[in-house]
Design a protein around this ligand. Structure first.
Ligand SMILES: [Zn+2]
Length: 277
């Protein structure tokens, strides 16, 4: 399903799509706690009764001002990962982006909202046992504080994410390290939303009279509109993550892990928010 914000088109390419229990990511999002919000969370975002959270791992193919831009690159194929469901995948991602008009050689920019395991995987691909850039003619845009954090910390409990999915594109000279307010092009701009990770950035989309936000992992699931205080187990700085989730009403959010329709308007509801779907 294509998403339009002004002249910007955003096509999700879904790599993994299955509902997860609250304990997988958002321990507070139990069926009991979700009950008051089921009237708007069902059927798009939860399974019946809020038993499980519908979540997807996807990349966004963004066309803006003649540029082909890939935002976040999923888990990737052939990566050794501690989580069995993400280990050594063999998915049709490359064929799907080609079919969508984004053959990998024609991609101009790869933009990573942050450098977690499920956002950098297709930065590289395995060729003859080596990790090489999947998008050889692209510039890879990453926030400098995010890059420096993971370069120094590593992500060892998930697998060698930095080593197999970030370092090879950096060493190939393809990475532009930018600040957290970087203007990507006239219609797209980073803005800082730290908390989930130290250098996490979301992307403001502004085209004609329309505006939206590609959220990254500021909110893993729409239930966090109603409960900004609910943190994912992967949020590194919980206080900062909660602050980053407090957003303007009326805006369209393109949620990186949000199930279809993925792009939804956020509306005020008392002191918090919900989606207009
Ligand atoms: Zn994620």
């Amino acid at each position: 399903m294509g998403i339009k914000i002004g002249d910007v088109s955003i096509t999700p390419i879904i790599e993994i799509d299955y509902p997860v229990p609250a304990s997988f990511l958002l321990p507070d999002a139990t069926p009991e706690n979700l009950a008051p919000d089921l009237d708007w969370l069902e059927p798009h975002f939860v399974t019946p009764g809020g038993e499980r959270l519908k979540m997807i791992i996807q990349a966004f193919l963004v066309e803006s001002r003649g540029l082909k831009i890939v935002v976040d690159t999923c888990v990737g194929n052939d990566k050794k990962r501690a989580l069995p469901a993400w280990n050594e995948l063999d998915g049709p991602f490359l064929q799907e982006i080609r079919d969508a008009g984004f053959p990998r050689e024609q991609v101009d920019l790869v933009v990573c909202t942050h450098l977690h395991i499920d956002h950098v995987g297709w930065n590289t691909m395995k060729v003859d046992g080596e990790w090489v850039p999947t998008f050889p003619n692209a510039r890879y845009v990453m926030a400098r504080p995010e890059f420096e954090y993971w370069r120094d910390e590593g992500e060892a409990n998930w697998g060698d994410v930095f080593g197999d999915s970030v370092a090879p594109v950096f060493e190939a000279g393809l990475v532009d390290l930018v600040d957290c307010n970087h203007q990507i092009n006239p219609e797209l701009q980073f803005f800082p939303t730290p908390g989930h990770t130290p250098g996490h950035c979301s992307i403001a989309v502004s085209s004609g009279s329309e505006e939206g936000v590609i959220s990254g992992d500021v909110m893993h699931h729409p239930c966090q509109c109603a409960h900004p205080e609910w943190c994912s187990i992967a949020d590194i700085d919980r206080e900062a993550a909660i602050a980053a989730r407090r957003s303007d009403s009326g805006i369209t959010v393109v949620g990186t892990h949000w199930a279809s329709p993925t792009a939804v308007q956020i509306i005020a509801h008392g002191d918090v928010w919900r989606t207009a779907v």
